[in-house]
Design a protein around this ligand. Structure first.
Ligand code: OXD
Ligand code: MN
Length: 592
């Protein structure tokens, strides 16, 4: 074995006894092993090599057809007491979890190799960072982990003889959805994932460790693990303000994190720096302010909709050394997806491996998609043109503002600021996204997704709210808290706000407010911008549109308050009284 860490060695032995692999291979973190694994995967068809002139170092992978997204219904928090998982998580007792999943793991690696991946979430040696070791029988997982995390010998060195680590066990097993489980054992700092090959279920450093397990550790150790992007806005003077922002999955976090300033604001000379696009770990420093790192080393982004206009930095990032999953393969050995760049190909091989052309109609009677709607790219963060020079800084970056956002057609204005930290926690706790008729489900159906953590909080969400409130009390210079909504529509359902790069206009107001450089208008829900304080240079937006974007409808908010009450009722008497008071205060302010 390659380590003298006794706990690690005996755990690997135990897991190998259960999974029964033919062979055990340690991941050293080298370029040579990457080339070797790729070769093996090309031979078995697990990966396809793409055109190496046009897309150097890029490969394509297809998952099983029933394995294309996170399976929330098969994801469990396994704590001794059900109450510790709370009303928003699926729960199983640890003994039931180990025994059920143990059945699926039994001999699951026979005829296969077990890879041992030591990895660090966060720069190696940073006070923020956490070490994990993932055991897996998938080369695809190995190659993704080499991009998404820091892997290899240096991690074992830093772990030493007695260091702590999260025990992450994964097997594809037979990829049977009826024998699939994604289990978290926060009391044992362990994760067991079996029966899947989809990133969000199997790259165990990401959602499982960096959010579910880390949120639990953060509560116990006094820090925060959040589903947030981190970006910095630099002024020509060199001053950089960093914000962290939480949005539900597939609401444009990657696009916002890599924002390019719009034409009209170019004269101001802003530079936008990307620190992270999905996860933020945040700690209070000695000076009483909040600092954040991105624990990941790569981006696992949604491909459809990514194009030169929506996200030019992402397009540049994924031109080399990228793993594409479930996209369309073009005849020229490059890739394509819906709402990507270039003309729609006349033919290709779709994400299921079948011949495809744009005239094909799917079983639902709609045009058949070439790429799966949740097809992905995995790319090294360092390749991003806007990656922050502080991306690897072990101390992280100081956070000026926290932003919550949802997809609301009518309720939430373009932006508002909370009155104070407690009210800000309330604003985060009532975050929600609406399903529109254009997407799926009934129009106006609201999914409450507090702090965008509904699928990712590793413990009782009422305790999580309490933890947020306590963190606020510990900070001298707490970031200001805001809410944004890029998705407000007119009565015909057209978006009122252009979004993308123009979102910088809203960030500008948020940063100025945080630094007390601009006034605001007090409303029942929070502070709203005076429209003269939003710099709309170069944007052709009627003043009636701006008014609509910044207006709030009291009747709609009264209905919203009822809906929040119903949501809060789930938590019974565990709901912090501060949040109950915030809701009552909102109702009172709406009456005035
Ligand atoms: C998500 C993701 O599902 O980042 O939130 O993949
Ligand atoms: Mn995410």
């Amino acid at each position: 074995m390659e380590t003298n860490n006794k706990v690690l060695n005996s755990w690997i032995n135990d897991m190998a006894k259960m999974c029964n692999p033919d062979d055990i291979v340690w991941i050293r973190g080298t370029e040579e092993e990457k080339v070797k694994f790729e070769k093996e995967a090309f031979a078995t068809g697990e990966l396809f090599q793409l055109d190496q002139e046009k897309l150097p170092g890029c490969v394509l992978h297809r998952t099983a057809i029933n394995d294309v997204a996170r399976t929330e219904n098969l994801t469990f928090i396994c704590t001794s007491k059900k109450e510790d998982a709370g009303p928003t998580n699926n729960w199983m007792s640890p003994s039931e979890g180990y025994s059920k999943a143990g059945e699926f793991f039994k001999n699951s690696m026979s005829g296969r190799t077990m890879y041992v991946i030591p990895f660090s979430m966060g720069p190696v040696g940073s006070p923020f960072s956490k070490i994990g070791v993932e055991l897996t029988d998938s080369i695809y997982v190995v190659l993704n982990m080499k991009i998404m995390t820091r892997t290899g010998d240096s991690i074992l060195e830093s772990l030493g003889e007695s260091g702590d680590f999260t025990k992450c066990l994964h097997s594809k097993a037979d990829l049977d959805i009826n024998r699939r489980l994604i289990l978290h054992f926060p009391e044992d700092t362990a994760i067991w994932s079996v029966g899947s090959g989809y990133g969000g279920n199997v790259l165990l450093g990401k959602k499982c460790l960096a959010l579910r397990i880390a949120s639990y550790l953060g509560r116990n150790e006094g820090w925060m693990a959040e589903h947030m992007l981190i970006l910095g806005v630099e002024k020509p003077s060199g001053e950089i303000n960093y914000v962290a922002a939480a949005f539900p999955s597939a609401c444009g976090k990657t696009n916002l994190a890599m924002l390019v300033p719009p034409e009209g604001l170019k004269i101001k000379g802003y530079k936008v720096w990307t620190v992270g696009d999905d996860i933020a770990w945040m700690r209070i420093k000695e000076d009483g302010s909040l600092w954040a790192i991105n624990p990941e080393a790569g981006f696992f982004g949604v491909a459809p909709g990514t194009n030169r206009k929506s996200n030019p930095n992402a397009v540049d990032t994924i031109q080399k050394n990228t793993i594409y999953t479930n996209v369309l393969l073009k005849n020229d050995g490059t890739v394509w997806w819906e709402n990507g760049d270039g003309p729609v190909p006349e033919e290709g091989i779709d994400w299921t491996g079948q011949p495809w052309n744009p005239n094909m109609v799917g079983e639902d009677g709609k045009p058949k998609k070439g790429a799966n709607p949740n097809s992905r790219f995995t790319a090294p963060a360092k390749q991003c043109p806007s990656i922050s020079p502080y991306f690897e800084d072990p101390e992280g970056v100081p956070i000026t503002a926290l932003i919550f956002g949802g997809r609301r057609a009518t309720v939430a204005p373009l932006v508002y600021q909370s009155f104070d930290w407690e009210h800000g926690v309330f604003v985060g706790s009532i975050m929600a996204s609406e399903i529109t008729a254009a997407q799926y489900g009934a129009q106006g159906v609201v999914r409450r997704d507090p702090m965008a953590m509904l699928p990712f909080c590793g413990y009782n969400m009422a305790d999580y709210f309490r933890h947020w409130l306590e963190m606020g009390k510990k900070m001298k210079n707490a970031p200001k808290i805001f809410h944004v909504n890029w998705f407000k529509t007119d009565s015909e359902g057209n978006f009122l706000w252009p979004g993308y790069g123009d979102n910088l206009r809203v960030l500008e107001w948020i940063i100025d407010r945080s630094n007390e450089k601009v006034g605001a208008i007090k409303s029942p829900i929070g502070f709203l911008p005076d429209k003269k304080d939003l710099d709309l240079t170069g944007l052709e937006l009627g003043s009636d549109v701006i008014e609509k974007l910044l207006s709030i409808d009291i009747a709609i908010w009264e209905k919203e308050a009822k809906d929040i009450r119903e949501f809060y009722d789930k938590f019974g008497n565990k709901l912090p009284s501060e949040l109950e008071n915030e809701l009552n205060n909102l109702i009172e302010r709406l009456k005035k």
